[in-house]
Design a protein around this ligand. Structure first.
Ligand code: PBG
Length: 352
């Protein structure tokens, strides 16, 4: 039938039209959308709690839980409360957490010395977590920014970020984290060649089973704003464009991924996620390694803000967004929504 055909006048016309349509439409995609069970049966992408990594902010103190204003429902936890939160997420089926420290100002310097202090906040957190929850995977961030008086991911000299001198510090940081019991170290600094040097050092020290989750395609993004609020880690001058990638580039992401694979990465990551789904998709086609996506702080904040205004259904948008990342090719998603998503998925299952 053509779209310009006259409106149906009678029941006989309608019946005739149906016979005609039945003859024409061999394929009726709606047949597979008829009921919930059917839709679930043919669903291509199934998001589960096991796909998610929960980033957690840790700080000094006891019994402390500080809200992060630009990230509703996210907190900085002192060690004791961090353990409680970790237990809760483990019980929800989330298998991994990623730790980020709030470092007091007096411990920051240009060389990021505190980043490899074996009695620092992160190694103490890792030891406590591993003792309480040995099965929960603990991922530690390798970069200088939370420890840097300059707020940069590397050592600064005359306004430049030094590459090789920084890598030497990152290696010490990664070794210290492995020693504390981290399952994966996650270099997020974007210095050249750091994956190889970290892998070699880990192997030389006997940490052959400690993995590397490489922030391979990490873009210089305005979406990191709320995270820098959470850790008080914003750059003191300039931006991060001489080491993080230009948002306009996708082929360069493949180059970075290729290098990290050659250098020994176990999992490669794209960050941010939502504005870079095409990059996730291309990397997925390019490698057989698991691909991770980081649903970053600004992506989280946007959804939360609109939901708080009542402008969107926050839970539905959260699940749709996370599903889009998995559909694009992410095997693993780092997200501040992890706990909420695991809860929502459980509720959905109960309803089904
Ligand atoms: C720093 C680091 C950043 C994030 C993770 N590790 C910030 C940055 O590069 O400035 C951002 C995460 C987020 O926004 O959720 N190495």
């Amino acid at each position: 039938m053509s779209p310009t055909s006259a409106p149906l006048q009678t029941a006989t016309d309608a019946a005739e039209a149906m016979v005609e349509a039945t003859a024409e439409r061999v394929q009726r995609p709606r047949r597979l959308r008829r009921t919930g069970a059917l839709r679930r049966m043919v669903q291509e992408t199934v998001l589960t709690a096991a796909d998610l990594i929960y980033p957690l902010f840790v700080m000094e103190g006891e019994g402390q839980q500080e809200a992060v204003p630009s990230m509703p429902n996210c907190f900085r936890y002192s060690l004791d409360l961090l353990l409680e939160e970790a237990k809760a997420v483990w019980e929800l089926g989330i298998g991994a957490i990623a730790l980020f420290p709030l470092i007091p100002h007096h411990q920051k310097d240009n060389a990021g010395t505190e980043s490899y202090n074996p009695d620092g906040l992160i190694p103490r957190a890792v030891r406590a977590l591993k003792q309480a929850l040995p099965e929960l995977l603990v991922i530690t961030d390798v970069a200088l920014d939370p420890y840097s008086s300059e707020g940069h991911d590397g050592i600064v000299q005359n306004g430049q970020i030094l590459n090789d001198e920084t890598v030497a510090v990152l290696v010490k940081q990664a070794l210290m984290q492995a020693e504390a019991g981290a399952d994966f170290v996650a270099p997020s600094d974007m210095m050249d060649g750091r994956v190889r040097e970290i892998r070699q050092a880990l192997d030389a020290e006997g940490w052959v089973n400690v993995g590397i989750l490489a922030y391979s395609a990490k873009y210089a993004s305005a979406y990191y704003g709320p995270f820098r609020d959470a850790l008080d880690s914003a750059p003191k001058f300039g931006d991060k464009k001489t080491y993080q990638m230009d948002a306009a580039n996708a082929r360069e992401a493949l180059k970075e991924v290729e290098l990290d694979i050659q250098e020994g990465a176990d999992i490669v990551m794209v960050k941010p996620a939502l504005a870079y789904l095409d990059v996730i998709c291309r990397i997925k086609q390019h490698t057989n390694l698991p691909v991770a996506a980081y649903n970053v702080s600004g992506e989280y904040a946007m959804v939360k803000a609109a939901a708080q205004q009542g402008w969107i259904d926050g839970t539905a948008v959260m699940l749709e967004t996370l599903t889009s990342m998995k559909r694009a090719g992410a095997d693993v998603i780092l997200t501040y929504f992890a706990k909420e998503a695991a809860l929502a998925l459980r509720t959905e299952q109960d309803k089904a």
